[in-house]
Design a binder for this molecule. Sequence first.
Ligand code: MN
Length: 294
Amino acid sequence: MKLARYNNGRIGVVTESGLVDVTEAAGVDPAQWPPVGPTQLIADFDRLRPAIEAALASGTPIPLSEVRLKTPVPWPNKVIAFPVNYQAHGVEMGAGYRANNQGFFLKPSSSLSGESEPVVLPDLPGREVHHESELAVVIGKTARNVAPEDWKDVVFGYACLLDMVVRGREERVARKAYDTFCPVGPWITTADEVKNPDQLQMRLWVDDELRQDANTRDLVLDLPGMIAMASAVMTLYPGDIIATGTPEGVGPVVAGNKIRIEIDDLGEMVVDVVQGEGGQASMFDEPYQLVKQS
Ligand code: MN
């Protein structure tokens, strides 16, 4: 099932003929704040699924061109992200570590956005904002100390994710925390529709230029390893998102660009880039430009 969040926070199931609204069957109140309805939907999905499927069978599809897709889980407990998790990206960054021995960091939930919401560039002269194409894993169960062989038990689904970043040497979390720096979508594809998550081809274009083209089989720390490591430290909750790391080919985006990410089985998400005002902070006073290694 492809579960989308759209317009003012309604829930839809995406089919080949369009999106069918299932907000009521999913038990989600679009007006609720904080917007934890989708988190609760994931926690209760096994119980709610029959009602959602009934609503899907009797509903009228809306063309996708007529809806504004939002980020599917706007208020997760956390977004976990693994840095330098493909060898060739480690080489281009000149990084002396990999995710298996470095661990993970967190991105704030406030950085989440969806396909209909552009990436807003902060006004930082002398700095580049880069795209990182990543597979997102959405957690479905409350879990701690998950053994690698049990990893699939706690996965709800998958999505495309852009881990946007201001390049530099400052604190990584701060450089990756701007609002709109974590587009996720275009929807969540439930795990039963993704037969081989460890063999997904992932591509990213900026306008018509193919920048990133890699396969999840080349992850340094694989999906079982990431879930085992994160859950060794923290309780995982339904709706938690894991950004699994980016392959080689990261690069700058500027206002007017369109970023397109496509992953096997999950679909494609196209996000506009616009220039914002503000966002200056003293940590970015010094210019920086990444010189990629090869
Ligand atoms: Mn990343």
